[in-house]
Ligand binder design. Structure first.
Ligand SMILES: Cc1cc2nc3c(=O)[nH]c(=O)nc-3n(C[C@H](O)[C@H](O)[C@H](O)COP(=O)(O)OP(=O)(O)OC[C@H]3O[C@@H](n4cnc5c(N)ncnc54)[C@H](O)[C@@H]3O)c2cc1C
Length: 544
């Protein structure tokens, strides 16, 4: 753990870079970021930066939907109980209660912004997913919920007069002065480096699935926000908890697309290579057991049958219904000659959702003054040790709204000032020695998948830690000139923290399965683990 972590990734000086001033800076234009931007008082200026085009985010890729108590037969208490049960004893009950009770209002808000959720005879159609005791998932375009929600939210955002959006603008680091966040250092291909000074900053950079070889996440999910908050003095909490989606399409040459949990909610079975339906052996809720249980069961069954995948079987369901309800999946499988109404779909687990992140309070405030956060980059306490399906878009909406309102209130109390602060990063630039970044990235993803994936144990984790430390020594100290290098530095930072947390937690809980400590151990481990950057730039465990 004695490797120096630089505070800023690149050298800069205020005399050499252009400046921009805004009331509120939102880093990330997924659902959480745009919801936050829309919560800012229209009299204040908001700048949203996204590292790719706005349409490319985990939010746009969401399939299943958003959970909320809408059916009169359902109760808030049920949704709360299901969330707590999935969370394996680490949820913050006050957070769960707040988010669940706000869900119907936030869903209604999306409808009023133009989202067309699937409905029948004027009533929202409610699906069910693993871990939910009732039908409570609103969805859109069958299995393209994220695309429809983001269409409506992006359209609304583009029409807000106070809101400016910079796409393909990479945020490298948060600017901090006297312990508070003052904006960010960003880079775009046209202008190069730029200092954005903000009265308040909201981090909404999403997930980090790209740490792993097998993932459902888009290429933008490299955990940049986690890493830059960490470098700026924020602690990262619960980083050992990575949710693996049980059913990711496994066809050589195909992209690893997710096969939504809703498909099991509608009655699909999981069968092994021999056609045996194995889930009832592993959990009383069979295919609708929480995700970690299903992922772990699939890995066990793959081992038992010595086969690289298992299969989803929908052949016993009504073919017309299946095609209508899951048009996207039917189309992706058809490209490989599979008819999902008849043929079995080959699947296996893939990294899906990072539960750990920047700790926030109920308002979305982080421990760094002037910095707020919302969405997948956070550790809000909603998910505990495992996320209940369809609770994350909801979390992004709730925390986006809170962080946006809070940041807006705080910014309104601050006077305008158009002077840069005396901040610079005087590290002398070393001539960059050529490094094969793609090679390191692929090796990183492979070792993380092999040793820090669905199953973990001490020897494998220690091997991963040693390898990561070697890479840290020569990658973290270098200065790169473009996002490929910065992303690799961020991926390495997060991986190292994930491994350190996973090694420490000597028990199995939620998504964290230690084969050498298979039982849950409330006496020692019913608590959170957090890591920060020490005053002398090293990785250190910090207290709760
Ligand atoms: C395939 C798939 C299906 C899913 N299905 C569901 C579902 O059905 N229901 C559900 O609740 N959840 C689902 N999830 C999870 C959910 O989509 C995400 O947790 C949620 O959308 C995260 O939203 P976000 O706004 O926090 O981040 P994102 O939507 O990922 O947005 C992140 C934003 O940050 C920007 N960004 C990142 N790094 C930088 C940087 N360095 N500089 C500038 N900008 C940056 C990106 O460009 C992007 O705009 C799914 C996820 C995937 C991958």
């Amino acid at each position: 753990m004695s490797v120096f972590i630089p505070r800023y990734l690149v050298p800069f000086h205020p005399k050499n870079v252009p400046h921009w001033f805004t009331d509120v800076l939102v880093i990330g234009g997924g659902l959480a970021g745009l919801r936050a931007a829309n919560a800012v008082d229209p009299r204040q200026s908001v700048l949203v930066v996204t590292k790719e085009q706005l349409e490319l985010s985990n939010s746009s890729w969401a399939q299943g939907g958003i959970a909320g108590v809408i059916d009169p037969e359902d109760r808030f208490e049920n949704h709360i109980a299901d969330t707590l049960s999935a969370g394996g004893g680490l949820c913050d009950e006050a957070v769960v209660e707040m988010v669940v009770r706000e869900a119907p209002r936030r869903i209604q808000e999306l409808i009023s912004w133009g989202t067309a959720f699937d409905s029948k005879a004027g009533e929202l159609t409610l699906g069910r997913e693993g871990g939910h005791s009732h039908n409570r998932i609103v969805h859109a375009l069958g299995d393209a919920t994220g695309r429809e929600i983001m269409r409506a939210v992006i359209e609304r955002s583009r029409h807000q007069g106070n809101l400016r959006i910079w796409e393909r603008c990479f945020t490298l680091d948060l600017l901090t002065h006297e312990g508070a966040c003052r904006g960010a250092l960003v880079h775009d291909a046209r202008h190069g480096l730029l200092l954005v000074w903000a009265k308040q900053t909201i981090l909404a950079t999403g997930g980090a699935g790209q740490i792993f070889r097998e993932t459902t996440n888009p290429a933008v999910a490299t955990g940049d926000g986690h890493a830059l908050a960490f470098r700026a003095g924020g602690a990262l909490r619960d980083m050992e908890f990575m949710q693996f989606h049980p059913t990711v399409l496994y066809i050589a040459g195909s992209s690893r697309s997710l096969i939504t949990e809703a498909i099991r909610g509608e009655g699909a079975w999981l069968v092994d290579r021999h056609g045996y339906r194995f889930m009832p052996e592993y959990h009383p809720r069979a295919e609708l057991a929480p995700r970690d249980v299903v992922s772990q069961a699939i890995v066990s069954q793959m081992e038992k049958t010595r086969h690289a995948c298992v299969y989803l079987d929908l052949s016993h369901l009504d073919a017309q219904f299946v095609r209508q309800r899951f048009p996207g999946i039917a189309a992706s499988c058809a490209q490989f000659g599979l008819d999902i109404t008849k043929d079995r779909i080959p699947v296996r687990p893939g990294a899906h959702y990072i539960i750990g992140g920047v700790a926030v309070d109920l308002e979305g405030r982080t421990s760094v003054p002037g910095l707020w956060a919302a969405g997948e980059v956070t550790s809000s306490g909603l998910h505990g040790a495992n996320r209940l399906a369809s609770n994350s878009l909801l979390e992004g909406l709730v925390y986006g709204a809170h962080a946006g309102e809070g940041a807006s209130r705080a910014a309104s109390r601050m006077p305008d000032r158009y002077q840069p602060l005396p901040l610079d990063n005087p590290i002398a630039t070393q001539p960059p020695e050529p490094l094969d970044l793609a090679d390191i990235r692929n090796s990183l993803k492979s070792i993380m998948w092999r040793e820090v994936g669905v199953r973990r144990e001490a020897n494998g984790l220690a091997e991963a830690a040693a390898q990561l430390e070697t890479w840290w020594r020569y990658v973290l100290v270098r200065q790169f000139a473009d996002p490929d290098g910065w992303e690799l530095q961020n991926l390495l930072t997060l991986s190292r923290i994930m491994v350190a947390s996973a090694l420490l937690r000597e028990e199995s809980r939620g998504t964290h399965l230690r084969t050498d400590f298979p039982a849950i151990d409330d006496q020692h481990w019913k608590r959170h683990l957090s890591f920060g950057r020490s005053a002398n730039g090293e990785l250190e465990q910090v207290g709760e």
